[in-house]
Write a protein that binds this ligand. Structure first.
Ligand code: SAM
Length: 410
């Protein structure tokens, strides 16, 4: 304990950076030298005054700073891993003009280090309490040059545009036109984008009216508020809160069709598709989300009696509802313990066909796309006709059409 109590903030920062480097925290990307210097330089603890030094420097944990009346976080100093990953995706260079949407202070200070004295950082937050706090903390930590403005980030910051980089730090369901239009012709947008309930930090380069993604990494964020807010629809499959199904779009019109389904009988099938413990499954999740109709995410109350509904992970299971039937994916350990095999539980009149469909999609991913880079993600204006979209699957938002194209597996 004495060792921990005596450790200086500088020592904590060094340890945080070493942990980020050691644990492949940036999903295969190297930590850029300029970002490493920024992480070592900016006094992170000054932006999390309520937290002890250990909590302030925990590489994978956010420090929450504001909650709604149900205790759900509305604002936080994001986890160092997420910030480093997104800033590496953003490729910020000295002299750039950068807009951050969602303030807190710390991330803006990192950006200020990356752009240097000839660059410019504007940070927007919808919440005046957050901007007031961020302004004070930035000034106190030696970054008074960051302009912190209270505004809904959906409109960007037209009076300060154009930007070389826009980094969004709240979970977005859509990409409003302002974010693209306020980028320079070669600008980059990094945004935690929710697609069929799965959030990926997508790095886009601007190509005229299009935004072309070049990386998409798993992350989690507090949701966007204001004009861009978009709640998921939750269907209570058991008639109570014990089994919840979250839909980003396409929630069933008549969820009562499921009332009898969830009580059984249950079909169980195993796909033969085995995945190693460390193998990334982000691409598999997006594949199912865009190829399995009625895709949703299921969470069940682990304390409740949910009868035959017994997922391997009560908090997160990929699932689908099709009419009067529903299914969720589950895993079991492979006999050698080196990984897991994917399977499915299905319910309702069409359970056998649905289970077969899920196993067929798992096999197709395994055969065609496994080991590849994951899908190429491109955001087109909402008015783009189908024939101009390049991709195998499309997710329609209000302002953009997101096309996903899978390369063949390695
Ligand atoms: C995770 S926090 C930002 C973390 C911050 N970038 C940091 O330095 O760690 C997300 C912030 O986004 C803000 N936010 C949510 N919706 C917004 C919107 N429409 N426009 C601007 N800010 C928004 C919230 O008020 C919250 O403070």
């Amino acid at each position: 304990m004495a060792e921990t109590a005596d450790k200086t903030p500088e020592a904590w920062r060094r340890e945080m950076v070493e942990a980020l480097k050691a644990l492949d925290a940036l999903n295969g990307m190297d930590l850029p030298a300029s970002l490493e210097r920024a992480l070592l330089e900016v006094p992170r603890h000054l932006f999390a005054p309520g937290a002890d030094l250990e909590a302030a420097h925990s590489p994978f944990a956010a420090v929450e700073t504001k909650w709604d009346e149900r205790g759900i976080a509305l604002s936080s100093v994001s986890a160092p891993q997420v910030q480093a990953m997104m800033l590496a995706q953003a490729r910020i260079e000295p002299g750039m003009r950068v807009l951050e949407i969602g303030s807190g202070g710390y991330n803006a200070a990192l950006i200020a280090e990356l752009v240097g004295p000839s660059g410019r950082v504007v940070s927007l937050d919808i919440d005046p309490e957050v901007t007031e706090r961020a302004r004070k903390l930035l000034a106190g930590a030696g970054y008074p040059q960051v302009r912190v403005i209270t505004a809904d980030g959906t409109e960007g910051a037209p009076w300060q545009a154009p930007f070389d980089r826009i980094v969004v730090t709240a979970g977005a369901w859509d990409i409003p036109p302002a974010w693209r239009d306020q980028l320079t012709d070669t600008g980059r947008l990094v945004v935690p984008l929710r697609m069929r309930s799965l959030t990926r930090s997508v790095a886009f380069r601007r190509r005229g009216e299009r935004l072309v993604g070049d990386s998409a990494l798993i992350c989690g964020f507090v949701p966007m508020q204001g004009a861009g807010a978009r709640a998921e629809e939750v269907v209570l499959a058991n008639g109570d809160e014990s089994v919840g199904l979250r839909f980003d779009d396409g929630a069933p019109a008549d969820p009562s069709l499921l009332d009898n389904a969830v009580r059984g009988p249950r079909a169980e099938a195993w796909s033969g598709v085995e995945v190693g413990r460390q193998e990334p499954i982000a691409g598999l999740q997006l594949y199912l989300a865009t190829h399995l109709s009625g895709f949703c995410l299921m969470s069940v109350d682990p304390e409740a009696d949910t009868g035959p509904v017994r997922p391997s992970n009560p908090h997160f299971s990929m699932a689908a509802v099709q009419g009067d039937s529903f299914a969720y994916l589950l895993v079991r350990r492979t006999p050698d313990g080196a990984g897991v095999e994917y399977g499915v539980h299905a319910f309702g009149a069409h359970r056998k066909g649905l289970a077969e469909e899920v196993c067929g999609l798992l096999a197709a991913w395994d055969r065609l796309h496994r080991g590849g880079d994951g899908p190429q993600i491109t955001a087109y204006p909402a008015s783009t006709p189908d024939e101009d979209l390049e991709g195998d699957a499309v997710i329609d938002k209000e302002h953009v059409r997101i096309a996903l194209a899978w390369p063949k597996g390695a």
